[in-house]
Write a protein that binds this ligand. Sequence first.
Ligand code: DQA
Length: 142
Amino acid sequence: MKILVLHGPNLNMLGRRQPEIYGTMTLAQIDEQLQLAAAAAGATLLTRQSNHEGVLIDTLQAEGWDADGIVINPGALTHYGLALRDALAALSAPIIEVHLSNVYRREPFRHTSVVAPIATGQIAGLGWRGYLLALDWLLHGR
Ligand code: DQA
């Protein structure tokens, strides 16, 4: 089983970036937890972060077609990234959209996700463990 985890813009700054909203775990620490969970299930996990929509799309085109599941936190691209959405929509693997914060309790511009309509499911507001729950569902839940 191959799972692809994509982190969008600014998520490389986790740990330093508004920890009261996003928590104190760094992206490397989150990815490490995900790798442990994937390894325990005998799955291959690929984690990638980019601040650039085009790079995220390139990664989806290169690694998404043979993936059995995709976990993505698109960062702010969630709210307007139509090219990213199109790249996700082209794939057949289930897609779980993850947000560390509860975007629905925040500014109105964060209440719209262009990714949600083509995602299998969404987890928001559960911090870094949201990634773990998404991965768990892809590995065991279906
Ligand atoms: C985020 C929420 C987005 O609105 C924001 O732009 C992010 C992070 C989250 O994980 O809560 O960069 O996706």
